[in-house]
Design a binder for this molecule. Structure first.
Ligand code: PRX
Length: 659
């Protein structure tokens, strides 16, 4: 659970939206919000049908709205057909937005590239034609392992234009994680780049693809398409590897979008769960895009002259919904950034907002907290040094934002005139679920406030009964919504078990603990399962444990989270080696080896911050590891709980010492 629970629960400040934000907003004022929510409540089918007709272009109109006959495998608009890429690109060109800039891409070194909607449509079409000529078609699956680039968006859009389901893997994942995803998703195509550039460093990508394809199980992969980002040297497998520019070359600028069923899997995105194996969250085409569009309009109050900037990577759900799909389907100009917030200095975000005149800025609390610290050390990079007056809405996503960071963001970036939209949602929900509306909702620092219209969020106990205001419980969504996860790819049983446990009356279980205050505002308290949130990234403790025990020196490992001022949570690993417990410099060296090993097994984001060696782990007499106690030990706090059920209470002392 989050480190900020205690502080948020005493939070009493309320910030009503400024008149300038209310005026002309898509949802203007609380009465408008309540009226829309009431419509959705009264007749959900009519509400969603109207939204889907008004916001999507269908090649074959739907006649069914929600099909619950196979619940919880819900279907939405199930007899309709459309193409998501056509809704994002062709629709904009048809509306007269062809010459409007779709993406302002800023490279790590500051070089700026702009692409208009017509140009983007032509590029996507050429690349899609190229993929078609390589034999790819609707129903195939492609892995995308690419850096932040216009080319990554081209790759995603070209896939969906053909009905190819994509699965984007974050460029920070290791060859092994990549291979697991290639195998699980059954990919026949991999799209990658030679290298990526972040913070002035060139980081190879293609070698990880090469390595993953030698690990076995990837025989279905016929082609590896490589975007030449840096021109760095790469190994080449003739017949398999092909440059992206060669795939595009000579192809016509037009490519008819392939109509697919509304439920056609648009993409599969892997996320961590409470077992060692990541879950392939499968999203459908129509419902997902509908929610991407509606949340752009409602949460971000998207307007034609906005310059939108979401700082997430396309490898995460935020980069899918609020870079690759939502902003394009709404015809906005958006900024896309290759680099990191601290290069060349920690004023980079503010400098970019000022130069590109961003109007909506959406980032993660971890980034805000690290920039607060950085500008304390280097006042020249404080947001006050930059012209941020173009901003009108600022957002937060991925983890709870503590009230101190919220106030800093509100005052220094939003200058007390930009509402903060603290958006609660998940890979599984496809888009925002609980969030303030900038032109309506009075804000309370640290609360994601109220559910969007049509979203039946509630806090319940373990039997599915609503708990009274002020009591903690499980966050659930009582009714299905269009952009919900459809299944876990290849594992429908796990889907039902994870999200629709029978004791919860068929409600969707989010996996977060939360509570509502007497105004109906939601306060997220953190995960209730064995999932950590490190810098806004989900990480399963079991995944890290499996990686550690796969090392030849390790006999046993237990991983827990520790609250951290910057990253939200930090990974702490308790390790028992097959040999005797190391001490001093030797312990340091082995810890470093294990950290590097985890980076190789999963990716650098999973590296334990702190590793402690013990002769054993605290266990009950039946052999169960007491993670509850390890969490206390990891925080450096004294154990006040009863330890009489422990087989070996003395071990706690040994584990309480950092290396
Ligand atoms: O615990 C919640 C936290 O992030 C989890 C979802 O992670 P992921 O699927 O990676 O998606 C992140 C981007 C949407 C949630 O279960 N979380 C996300 N947003 C918030 C949050 N916790 C508190 N406040 C938020 N605004």
């Amino acid at each position: 659970m989050s480190n900020s629970i205690e502080s948020v629960l005493v939070e009493t400040r309320v910030f009503p939206p400024p008149a300038s934000a209310v005026q002309g907003a898509t949802i203007s004022g609380m009465d408008a919000y309540r009226a829309l929510a009431a419509q959705a409540e009264r007749d959900p089918d009519a509400f969603w049908a109207r939204m889907a007709r008004e916001n999507l272009q269908w090649t074959k109109p739907f006649t069914q709205v929600l099909d619950e006959s196979k619940a919880p495998f819900y279907r939405w608009f199930g007899d309709g057909e459309l193409n998501v890429s056509a809704n994002c690109l062709d629709a904009q060109v048809a509306k007269g937005n062809g010459d409007k800039v779709a993406i302002i891409f800023e490279a790590d070194d500051g070089k700026v590239d702009k692409i208009t909607y017509s140009q983007l449509l032509a590029r996507v079409s050429r690349f899609a034609n190229g993929l078609k000529s390589l034999g790819y078609k609707s129903g195939d699956r492609a892995i995308i392992y690419m850096p932040m680039s216009i080319e990554a968006v081209v790759a995603m859009q070209a896939c969906v234009r053909l009905g190819v389901t994509h699965s984007v893997v974050f460029g920070g994942f290791s060859a092994k994680s990549l291979q697991e995803r290639i195998v699980d998703v059954g990919a026949s195509l991999v799209l990658t780049a030679d290298e990526q550039i972040r913070g002035g460093k060139q980081i190879p990508l293609k070698p990880a693809v090469d390595e993953s394809l030698t690990m076995g199980g990837c025989e279905a992969v016929r082609k590896v398409v490589v975007y030449k980002r840096t021109g760095g040297k790469v190994d080449w497998t003739e017949g398999r590897d092909v440059w992206m520019h060669d795939v595009e070359a000579g192809q016509p600028d037009a490519c008819a979008p392939v109509p697919v069923n509304a439920e056609h899997p648009l993409f599969i995105l892997y996320t961590s769960g409470s077992t060692g194996k990541p879950k392939g969250v499968q999203h459908a085409s129509a419902g997902y895009l509908l929610w991407a569009i509606l949340t752009m309009k409602w949460t971000f109050d998207a307007r034609p002259d906005d310059v939108f900037w979401c700082t997430a990577d396309v490898g995460w759900i935020t980069g899918h919904t609020y870079i690759a799909y939502g902003p394009l389907a709404c015809g906005l100009t958006q900024i896309m950034f290759e680099g990191v917030p601290t290069y060349p200095d920690s004023g980079r975000f503010w400098d970019m907002i000022a130069r590109h005149k961003a109007t909506i800025f959406y980032t993660a609390p971890t980034a805000i907290r690290s920039l607060i610290k950085a500008c304390e050390g280097n006042p020249k990079t404080h947001p006050s040094q930059y012209a941020l007056d173009s901003l009108r809405i600022i957002g937060s996503v991925g983890e709870p934002i503590n009230p101190e960071a919220w106030m800093w963001y509100y005052k220094n970036v939003g200058r007390e005139r930009c509402p903060i939209v603290d958006t609660w949602w998940q890979t599984e929900t496809g888009g925002h679920m609980i969030t303030p509306l900038p032109g309506a909702t009075p804000l309370k620092p640290g609360s994601c406030t109220l559910p969007l219209p049509g979203i039946t969020a509630a806090i319940v106990d373990e039997t599915g009964e609503d708990v009274p205001a002020g009591n903690g419980g499980f966050l659930v969504i009582k009714r299905p919504w269009p952009s919900m996860i459809r299944t876990i790819w290849g594992d429908p049983d796990r889907f039902v078990k994870s999200y629709f446990p029978p004791e919860l009356k068929g409600y969707y279980l989010a996996g977060d603990g939360a509570q509502c205050d007497t105004d109906g505002y939601f306060w997220i308290m953190g995960r209730i399962d064995d999932v950590l949130n490190v810098s806004g990234h989900r990480l399963g403790t079991m995944e890290v444990e499996s990686a550690l025990v796969a090392h030849e020196m390790v006999a046993e490992a237990a991983v827990v989270g520790r609250p951290d001022d910057t990253t939200g949570e930090a990974v702490v690993a308790f390790v028992v080696l097959k040999r005797s417990r190391p001490e001093g410099a030797e312990a340091q060296a082995i810890a470093q080896q294990l950290r590097d090993w985890v980076a190789k097994e999963i990716g650098p984001i999973a590296k334990p911050r702190d590793i402690r060696f013990g002769d054993n782990l605290p266990k009950t007499r039946s052999g169960k590891i007491m993670r509850r106690l390890l969490r206390v030990v990891a925080k450096g706090e004294a154990i006040t709980q009863d330890v009489s059920t422990l087989e070996n209470p003395a071990i706690l002392d040994q584990l309480s010492k950092s290396l």
